[in-house]
Ligand binder design. Structure first.
Ligand code: TYD
Length: 135
């Protein structure tokens, strides 16, 4: 599947907490053009339900817990992001759903391109046809 789980470098100090960081090209292989984050979601809410034709994303959850359901029509995977040091890279043609396991989890995304509604596939049947042609 067109995904990777990466360790986000994290420096822990005994009394002052943690600092996590990643660097384009060193920790993942695309440049970042956009960063966004999702907040104020209640436990049990699902978002996502789409794939991207070209966009690559690094997703991480520094606060809380979110389950990511991934599907490339051949294989399905579930990954829980619940740790500031865990990142998930999702590349082209992967359908994703995201379930908030804890209210007010913060889901952050670094994306390879600007927002483009035409890059989204929001219909699952259309995704099956699209992914069948490119995988
Ligand atoms: P969407 O990507 O569907 O969110 P999720 O996958 O978390 O459910 O985006 C939700 C709305 O926000 C949709 O109307 C598109 C808009 N949007 C932007 O305008 N710019 C952005 O960078 C993003 C990510 C979304």
């Amino acid at each position: 599947m067109n995904i990777d789980i990466i360790d986000i470098k994290t420096i822990t100090t005994e009394k002052e907490g943690q600092l996590s960081f990643f660097e384009a090209d060193k920790d993942f292989d695309f440049d970042i053009k956009r960063i966004y984050y999702i907040t104020k979601v209640s436990e049990g809410v699902k978002r996502g339900a789409h794939a991207h034709k070209n966009l690559k994303q690094l997703i991480w959850c520094p606060i809380g817990s979110v389950k990511i359901y991934l599907d490339n029509i051949r294989e399905k995977r579930e990954i829980i992001l619940d740790n500031p040091a865990k990142g998930l890279v999702i590349k082209e043609s992967v359908w994703r759903d995201m379930l908030w396991l804890k209210s007010d989890s913060v889901l952050c995304v670094a994306a390879s391109d600007y927002y483009d509604a035409d890059d989204y596939i929001r219909d699952y049947d259309e995704f099956i046809k699209y992914a069948g042609g490119v995988i």
